[in-house]
Write a protein that binds this ligand. Structure first.
Ligand SMILES: Cc1ncc(COP(=O)(O)O)c(C=O)c1O
Length: 375
């Protein structure tokens, strides 16, 4: 059987990793400034993480959501504490798209409405409602096309209020920082005003923090830079540091009923053990603070590079938009300096390293990038 060939692949075969370093099958080490697409939060194969998952596997790896699972309760408590949402409720699932599907469904159940607002350049996943609210017609199959998706320009509050005033909108889905779209931070006051407008028109505000959450922005959630509290928050990626897990954080006023949401694998013992380990390490090693300070260093250095470019980001979620395609820069960083980086569109270099990136590693990246840009 062949693999279904949907991914353009880099010519590297990672076989081992630790912290921010990945080794390939020839023993070459690479500095990981991509974090497996913003997934690696506490660093590859962190000893506490490995120990927690291994121990759990030796006890029980899975049982369905029909029995008591105290690990889920422990995770919800730790997540509530570290994120600043101790009074919210947690629904566990397996991926980012699934977290958004459940958030959308929840808002629709609660409001009894069908339509949702999302934003241009936004990305919310590849499944049903999540892909319909994603601004990329190439990944929307005919079955996913729907009049229930209203995609508006980011930061256009007039357009948002116009759409809401029809009384048909169940919710607004917006990323804390647009990731796939090229690292775009919503204008100051935009998210806050969305919150007011949702209150005014009885819609729910859903913050997609799947890429920008879990400490990446230098706060637990990127929207916390704007001092707002959404009705629903979705998480995945950094939550499991590579173990597939997603979650929906739900305002205490939203009441569940049995059967309202559900999943076979969501919240299984192994995934939850991995997620608890991530929070333990994030807290004990102050990785959110590290993301903030190393991120500031990188943003300053990048801004001081010669030449025309735009630097956008927060913490360790950074985009550098050049006036020309970045393919050659990325290839040279990979081949000559052994550094993984990400991209967005053709012109934006995207940095999403593990949150434990050290100053020494950041300096190595900057020195390498300067050499690539000069020659
Ligand atoms: C903001 C955002 N939402 C949702 C998703 C979808 O997550 P997943 O690929 O785990 O379904 C992604 C993935 O890149 C994302 O960046």
């Amino acid at each position: 059987m062949n693999l279904f060939d949907v991914y353009p692949l880099l010519p590297v075969t990672p076989v081992k990793a630790l912290g921010c370093t990945v080794w390939d099958d020839k023993g070459t080490s690479y500095l990981d400034l991509y974090g497996g697409h913003a997934v690696i939060s506490i660093g590859h194969t962190h000893p506490h993480y490995v120990q927690k998952i291994t121990e759990q596997l030796g006890k029980i790896g899975f049982y369905s959501n029909s029995v008591q699972n105290p690990l889920q309760v422990e995770l919800a408590e730790k997540l509530g504490d570290l994120s600043g949402y101790p009074d919210y409720q947690l629904f566990l699932c397996n991926s980012g798209a699934e977290a958004n599907e459940n958030a959308i469904k929840l808002a629709s159940f609660i409001t009894g409405r069908k339509k949702f607002i999302s934003f241009r350049k936004g990305f919310h996943g590849r499944t049903s409602a999540a892909v319909a609210l994603t601004d990329n017609p190439k990944i929307v199959a005919p079955v996913n096309e729907t009049d229930n998706a209203v995609i508006l320009p980011l930061n256009d509050l007039v357009a948002v209020e116009n759409a809401l005033s029809g009384g048909e909108i169940a919710g607004i889905l917006v990323e804390g920082i647009q990731g796939v779209g090229g690292i775009h931070i919503p204008d100051q006051q935009f998210l806050k005003t969305l919150g007011f407008l949702c209150l005014k028109y009885n819609a729910l505000l859903i913050l997609d923090e799947i890429q920008s959450g879990y400490g990446r922005s230098g706060k637990f959630f990127s929207h916390q830079h704007d001092d707002i509290k959404p009705d629903i928050i979705t998480v995945a990626k950094g939550m499991g540091n590579g173990f597939p897990v997603g979650g929906v954080l739900i305002h205490p006023d939203i009441k569940p009923w049995h059967g309202m949401l559900g999943t076979t694998f969501g919240g299984n013992h192994l995934a939850v053990a991995a997620s608890i380990a991530v929070l333990d390490v994030m807290k004990s090693e102050n990785l959110i603070g590290n993301a903030g300070s190393i991120g500031r260093y990188l943003m300053n250095e990048l801004a001081n590079l010669p030449g025309d470019k735009k630097v956008r980001g927060r913490g360790l979620m950074i985009g550098v938009e050049f006036t020309y395609p970045v393919k050659e820069i990325r290839t040279r960083l990979l081949n000559e300096f052994h550094i993984f980086t990400g991209f967005s569109g053709t012109h934006t270099l995207r940095l999403l390293p593990p949150l434990c990136l050290t100053e020494k590693e950041a300096v190595y990246f900057m020195d390498s990038l300067k050499k690539v840009l000069i020659h």
